[in-house]
Design a protein around this ligand. Structure first.
Ligand SMILES: [Zn+2]
Length: 198
């Protein structure tokens, strides 16, 4: 994925700076990436490997979402892991938008439409960690389905990488912010029977 130059997070317009002035400033601070909340800037060092750039990009997106959507309630250490796990999901959706299984850490979750179990719980989506399943209502619009998917994905990354430290309200806000970001980047999950005509 090519790093974007701009990203809207909540109502803020973030600039993603990469190379040039950003490199000089990061070198001065002896670091490889920076989330500057007061300036709405994310800087990523261009001397990093492609994969490391992507990892730190998603970590800094996690910092920015936490700042904008959550008033910075989540610890930076947790966000670092959260960003890393999110990057793992993002890579798989980019490689194959019609994903039916997603690996998070070492665990493979199946992505299933399941109206019966969800209706019984009055939910649009859920994750069953014991059976490694992400369940999504079949009749949701593409937008709703993606909102549900990134919400459940945040739960799963929290479960696998963070030991389940996030509250439901934190997952909910983070998932909304994440959905706003992935949508701008054109990263979208498609369920199997859709888009056949496209
Ligand atoms: Zn939830």
């Amino acid at each position: 994925m090519k790093l974007p130059e701009k990203l809207q997070i909540g109502g803020l317009d973030y600039a993603i700076e990469h190379g040039g002035v950003a490199d000089e400033s990061l070198m001065r601070d002896i670091t490889v990436a920076m989330h500057k909340s007061t300036d709405s800037v994310i800087q990523i060092a261009s001397w990093l490997s492609e994969q490391t750039q992507q990892t730190v990009f998603w970590q800094n997106v996690a910092y920015a979402i936490n700042y904008v959507y959550l008033d910075s309630v989540i610890d930076n250490d947790l966000l670092k892991s959260l960003g890393q796990g999110i990057y793992q999901i993002v890579e798989q959706v980019i490689a194959c938008p019609r994903l039916s299984r997603v690996q998070i850490g070492g665990v493979v979750y199946s992505i299933e439409k399941n109206d019966v179990e969800l209706a019984a719980e009055s939910r649009l989506g859920s994750t069953d960690h014991s059976k490694c399943r992400i369940l999504i209502m079949s009749w949701l619009s593409p937008q709703q389905r993606n909102q549900v998917f990134w919400h459940e994905g945040t739960h799963d990354v929290d479960h696998i990488y963070l030991g389940g430290k996030l509250k439901e309200s934190e997952v909910d806000s983070f998932g909304q912010g994440l959905y706003q970001v992935v949508r701008q980047l054109g990263i979208e999950l498609v369920l199997e029977d859709e888009g056949a005509a496209a």
